[in-house]
Design a binder for this molecule. Structure first.
Ligand code: C2E
Ligand code: MG
Ligand code: MG
Ligand code: MG
Length: 291
């Protein structure tokens, strides 16, 4: 591929791949200081009951304010961090920050909400995750039941003893486990039964099509009934319109996340919008504020 590009382009044009490689090196170096320089932050996206729009939890999503490149989304840097192994320390920071935030949100709340944290496979395979979760819970006073981790199907397909043990330990601590982007991987559904899974999050690529594509809708309906049969709860991600809400409810899905309810927002914005710091639940508005 590199050779083909090289042959067809003049020498002074850098082929695509080397720009990408360069960016990776630059970002990799900048990542080293990002935690110490307080360049990371979390935004929180509501998960709402599809029936009445009530807030049931939030997903913590990582943002990186790079000193010169500005605000970067995870798609730009998570892979770099995974490749270099820095994701383990970054993931630890995310766990600690998310736990601290949820403790503040749930203060004086009659019905506590949960916080979901995305976990990279590397955090599991290096063996660091269990300890990091325990420390994050202890340091913040977060109840295990308030924390949920989101993992991807890929890690479950490895089906190794150590993955199984790690997830069992985390589950026995009282932290719940969600399978993120469900339906996009090599969905070997058998894994669901071998691991202590509590939640499946149906990928946005399904949710966004159910109002236009009968086959996708049929798949979502099947996912939901499978989940019901296995006593799992289902979250639909990427809910963007009321027709999707109507169909999801008809299929028996109870919880949704997406721009229809809210874009991800900062902790203070979330607290203002949902009255979290005053300890009362507020019905969400429909319009999403800017991120
Ligand atoms: P994800 O876990 O599937 O998170 C959902 C992503 O979809 C978020 O993008 C969110 O902003 C976006 N989204 C939510 N609702 C809608 C919608 O209605 N329409 C559309 N078009 N998009 C929607 P974001 O924040 O850019 O994160 C992208 C991915 O990066 C996440 O996908 C997750 O896999 C990863 N990620 C985010 N934070 C972390 C982290 O702290 N650690 C790790 N390891 N990965 C993270
Ligand atoms: Mg997620
Ligand atoms: Mg997801
Ligand atoms: Mg996704």
């Amino acid at each position: 591929e590199a050779k083909r590009n090289g042959r067809n382009k003049a020498q002074f044009y850098r082929p695509e791949f080397s720009q990408k490689t360069q960016e990776k090196v630059v970002l990799g170096q900048a990542l080293r200081q990002a935690i110490d320089h307080r360049e990371f932050s979390l935004v929180f996206q509501p998960k709402c009951r599809l029936g009445n729009g009530h807030l049931v939890g939030v997903e913590a999503l990582l943002r990186w304010r790079h000193p010169t490149l500005g605000l970067l989304l995870p798609d730009r840097f998570i892979r770099v961090a995974e490749h270099s192994g820095q994701i383990v320390e970054i993931g630890r920071w995310v766990l600690e920050s998310a736990c601290k935030a949820i403790v503040r949100f749930n203060k004086n709340r009659a019905h506590p909400i949960t916080v979901a944290v995305n976990i990279s496979p590397k955090q599991i395979t290096t063996g660091a995750l269990t300890g990091h979760i325990r420390q994050a819970l202890e340091a913040s006073g977060c109840r295990p039941a308030w924390l949920e981790i989101e993992i991807t199907e890929g890690i479950l397909l490895q089906d190794s003893k150590s993955v199984q043990e790690t997830l069992s330990t985390i589950s026995s601590m009282g932290v719940s486990i969600a399978v993120d982007d469900f339906g996009t991987g090599h969905s070997a559904l058998a894994y669901i039964d071998r691991f202590p899974i509590n939640v499946v999050k149906i990928d946005r690529s399904f949710t966004m099509s159910i109002d236009r594509d009968r086959r996708k809708a049929a798949l979502v309906r099947a996912f939901v009934s499978l989940a019901d049969a296995l006593d799992l709860s289902v979250v639909a991600e990427g809910v963007e319109n009321s027709e999707q809400v109507r169909l999801l409810r008809r299929f028996g899905c109870e919880i949704g996340q997406g721009y229809f309810y809210s874009k991800p927002m900062s902790a203070p914005a979330l607290a203002r919008r949902y009255g979290l710091l005053r300890g009362r639940a507020v019905r969400p508005r429909r319009t999403a504020p800017p991120e």
